[in-house]
Design a protein around this ligand. Sequence first.
Ligand code: SAM
Length: 378
Amino acid sequence: MPVATHTATIVSRSRGAASAANRPPAISAKPDGIREYFSTDLGTIYHGDSLQVLERHIRPSSVDLIMTSPPFALVRKKKYGNVDSGQYLEWFRPFGQAFRRALKDTGSLVIDIGGAWIPGQPTRSLYHYELLIMLCKEFGLHLAQDFFWWNPSKLPTPAEWVTVRRIRVKDAVNCVWWLSPTPWPKASNRRVLAPYSDAMKGLLKNGYKAKLRPSGHDISGKFAIDNGAAIPPNLIAIPNTESNSYYLRYCAEHGLSPHPARFPAALPEYFIRMLTDPGDLVVDPFGGSCVTGEVAERLRRRWVCSEIVEEYVHAAKGRFPVLHTDQPALFPGSFPEAKGIGASYRISHPAALWNDSEDVSLPDEGGRARISRRAKKE
Ligand SMILES: C[S@@+](CC[C@H](N)C(=O)[O-])C[C@H]1O[C@@H](n2cnc3c(N)ncnc32)[C@H](O)[C@@H]1O
């Protein structure tokens, strides 16, 4: 069967669409069950199973970046359904195959994936590590780098282990696996530089004496050269606190439910900037509310999002009318989250506040019994 390029199918149909936004659109499905729901000059949202979208609408070796967040193996399921951790690899395998087929050799696959708890006990599933190993061992992908997205606004869950029995801490980090078909995906950290820390600014101002560090690292005089910005670490701090976006207003105005598990725009923005050039093709097969598509559009990359739940695709259209102006990229030079709250987050040093008394011993039973603190003291 011939495989169409997605660019051949793009038509701009967004203007004037908002007035009918809360009615199901009259777009008929193709015989394969995939509906081209919305298009701009650069991208398309498909409603349908992404396995079929990838097979029928994406050429082999044509994609520069797959930037996505699949359903996680959560114990507490989201409305769109989540696969159990036991079945996760089996469920993901065909996607692994389809992703590998779609990617260019110079391309990248970036997967944002949260961890999960084992139902009924305070231990963690290994499913997201098993996924990583499967993608590398079975599909020949390389782990270019593992990133960790720290969401400082995450709630302390599961409450039973974290706030009731107090035997675990807040799980506030998602793993972000950056994989590539070859060890040499195109990339540049110069696209995602961060401001210097105060310590580094002081060092640049006051000078640095080149020396051998106790760790054995030989720090040369070049360390003190002011390059204007710092190379960021693989810990990305972005609060997921969107509350007043065009998308949310659009949903409210049209009586639509916003997607319940959106990632912040700064996350795809980071990887799109670092791993692609304008005009490259970015795909999000688990598109949800199409954050990836919106960011790609604003950064002038071609894009395809697919989403299986019609309600989400319908609301995702609301991201796009604003784009039909001559405005430049959404976030020229900086992430919106960085504005007004300082450019970096601080995490307390663990020794800053040891605030529990050691008069009360740690529970030998590991928190198995649900005993209140007061009862323990008595
Ligand atoms: C974690 S959400 C992605 C949210 C998205 N990153 C955002 O910010 O809006 C995962 C999405 O994948 C969708 N999904 C699950 N299986 C799918 C499939 N086979 N094809 C297309 N979409 C699928 C779910 O309906 C859900 O909306």
